[in-house]
Design a protein around this ligand. Structure first.
Ligand SMILES: Nc1ncnc2c1ncn2[C@@H]1O[C@H](COP(=O)(O)OP(=O)(O)OP(=O)(O)O)[C@@H](O)[C@H]1O
Length: 623
């Protein structure tokens, strides 16, 4: 049977789900008299608004303290699997106090009602599975079947055979039996926010996921984040609560000094918060005064998007020497500006020829770098500190056009005893900043050794404003030379920078939109995986082809294992996402689930399936 086609017969056989491992069928249980059964509206809401309008269930006297009739089983909020067969009383016409004849004569047949009725659709634990229950063949007379079949044909929202149906697009009133259209109480509900994804045409289905280049970039970062160190590095297992140390640079070969010291950078995981950090270690450093760490506290308070945040500093002997370690935020896959823009790149094949790679930075990128670094320096100077290292090897490129100054605070500790004037140090920052821009413009660290020639070079490739900024920054220190002035000199570019960063944020939001569904849908899929067809419970009649699990299994087939009219598998992601969204939202829309042997079918709402899934999952996790 194709799920996409309507039932070929107007009469749909409704039988209990076949249970491959079920026990031999028990003798027929006596039918329950619906008039003796407790009205669930009383149980849930304390009253039934249809009590005087023809509701056929038991209503205790209004002043009765106990709403449960003496012969009623104890009610409970739990939803048993067989509850999907439980009848609901909803008057077909509120104007008429007498139930419609079909309902009156077949009180055990559930009425297929629009979702407005479903808030009052409820179950109690006492609903035991009854093979002769209200949905069984024996209890369903022909009139009821005809009635049911009419509903299948008329109620598209209730029996959704079409995966392209969307909640937002459904015209309930038009699709429903005209009988319901007169019900003024039936109001259209706003779209449930859980259903925000509308199915897309198949050709655009990849838009459910972020674009490949963003994914690739994030994937590489994640890989770097979780990379583990090669064995035999002879690094400490742990130091001051940081473990899994992994060097971020090669320590073999010739090493440059950080001032007078050798340094090394490691990625390490903090055992308290499980987050990876970058540890910069200064080798063979002897701390003379604890007060040297005072500036680290000031640095830890400064937060700026273009500064790598400082977390803490400590000394350790874990590396078999006296080491100073300053801990920074870790930015996976970061490159130094030197590596990204100055270091000569290997030639690449282009148009069949090996060609040298240009390191020239586009003007727009350069402006972006200047604005970001100027803004970071301004924040530091405003806090009464100096950066002290504005160098192509200490400014990191952490993403597309994103730069951050690293190694903040470390020189303050190392040079604590020198106690230099902060205004002087800030002037030095500006000179270092000028040199950095000059090196970037010329793609050459040595450019600062011949500023005159290098500036001519800058004038040829970049606008006069950039040249002016470099000249201003590199001139002799004077009290009027401030980072604020530099910011003023960049203001013609600030608006464009702002626009571009807003565009970038919008683009990323757009990417996020396409991933929005995935987190919760993965959780749902995990639950399916946990529940369906557990081999260890295969012989447990409560955990096999019956009850809640059976419904979950049939739903899984409905979502994933549909076939078209020719028996070919239907692989339709839109259908899957729509169904899972509706399941997650627990909407009242009903669908027909058909057993694999096509001998049984159940009409259940997403709300009921959700409830079955929740109870099966909580039972499983509570075992
Ligand atoms: N906070 C950080 N997050 C991620 N990676 C970092 C961080 N700090 C430094 N790195 C990386 O560690 C590596 C080494 O950094 P370092 O500052 O020592 O650069 P370097 O070019 O080796 O400079 P030097 O020659 O002065 O040692 C660089 O590749 C850099 O990208």
């Amino acid at each position: 049977m194709s799920f996409f086609s309507r039932p070929s017969s107007s009469a749909v056989k409704i039988v209990a789900p076949s249970a491959s491992h079920s026990e031999p069928s028990s003798p027929k249980a006596p039918r329950k008299d619906s008039t003796q059964r407790q009205c669930r509206n009383i149980l849930i809401y304390g009253s039934c608004k249809f009590q005087d309008k023809g509701c056929i269930y038991y209503h205790p006297p209004r002043d009765s303290s106990s709403p449960v009739p003496p012969d009623s089983p104890t009610p409970s909020a739990a939803l048993p699997a067989q509850a999907v067969n439980a009848p609901v009383f909803v008057p077909k016409n509120p104007a008429s106090p007498v139930p419609a004849p079909a309902v009156a004569s077949t009180s055990h047949v559930p009425t297929f009602t629009p979702s407005a009725a479903s808030p009052e659709y409820h179950y109690d634990e006492t609903d035991t599975y009854d093979p002769q229950g209200p949905m069984s063949d024996a209890n369903v007379d022909q009139e009821a079947l005809d009635n049911l079949a009419e509903h299948f044909q008329a109620l598209d929202p209730s029996v959704n055979m079409n995966p392209y149906d969307q909640m937002g697009d459904m015209d309930y009133d038009a699709a429903m039996d005209p009988f319901y259209q007169s019900q003024s109480a039936f109001t259209r509900q706003p779209l449930n926010y859980h259903l925000y994804t509308h199915p897309r045409p198949e050709a655009l289905q990849q838009r459910y996921f972020i674009s490949d280049n963003v994914r690739e970039e994030l994937q590489r970062r994640s890989e770097a984040l979780y990379a583990s160190p090669a064995p035999g590095l002879n690094l400490p297992e742990e130091t001051q609560g940081y473990h899994s140390l992994m060097p971020l640079e090669s320590t073999a070969g010739e090493r440059r000094k950080f001032g007078n010291w050798y340094s090394a950078v490691y990625k390490a995981v903090n055992s308290q918060d499980g987050v990876a950090y970058a540890l910069r270690r200064i080798e063979n450093y002897r701390l003379n005064s604890q007060a040297a760490f005072s500036s680290i506290e000031s640095w830890a308070r400064i937060k700026h998007p273009s500064l790598i945040s400082v977390k803490e500093a400590f000394t350790t002997r874990a590396f078999n020497d006296n080491s100073l370690v300053v801990v920074y935020d870790y930015h996976p896959n970061a490159e130094t500006m030197f590596e990204a823009h100055i270091k000569a790149k290997a030639p690449q094949f282009q148009n069949g020829r090996l060609q040298a790679q240009s390191n020239r930075i586009p003007e727009r990128t350069l402006w972006s770098y200047i604005i970001q670094i100027a803004s970071a320096i301004k924040t530091v100077h405003d806090a009464g500190l100096a950066v002290r290292v504005v160098d192509p090897t200490k400014v990191l490129v952490t993403g597309k056009n994103r730069v951050r100054i690293s190694s903040c605070g470390i020189v303050d500790v190392l040079m604590y005893e020198a106690r230099q004037d902060i205004a002087m140090l800030q002037q030095e920052d500006l000179v270092m900043f000028g040199r950095l821009i000059l090196s970037l413009c010329c793609s050459n660290l040595g450019a600062v050794n011949n500023p005159q020639k290098s500036l001519e070079n800058v004038g040829r490739n970049y606008p006069q404003e950039i040249r002016n900024i470099i000249v201003y920054l590199m001139q002799k220190p004077n009290p009027l030379k401030t980072i604020r002035q530099v910011c003023d000199m960049t203001k013609s570019q600030m608006l464009q920078e702002l626009d571009e960063s807003l565009n970038a944020a919008d683009r990323l939001e757009g990417e996020l939109m396409s991933e929005l569904e995935n987190g919760r849908l993965v959780r749902l899929l995990c639950k399916f995986g946990f529940i369906d067809e557990r081999p260890e419970f295969a012989r447990d009649p409560r955990w096999s082809e019956t009850g809640d699990r059976y419904i979950v299994k049939l739903f899984r087939d409905y979502v994933f294992h549909q076939v078209d009219q020719n028996g070919q598998p239907v692989v339709n992601l839109s259908h899957v996402l729509t169904c899972l969204n509706k399941l997650d939202a627990g909407v009242d829309e009903r669908i027909m689930l058909v057993s694999r042997d096509e001998q049984s079918c159940l009409v259940v709402s997403y709300r009921e399936i959700k409830s079955c899934m929740e109870s099966a999952f909580s039972e499983l996790s509570g075992r």
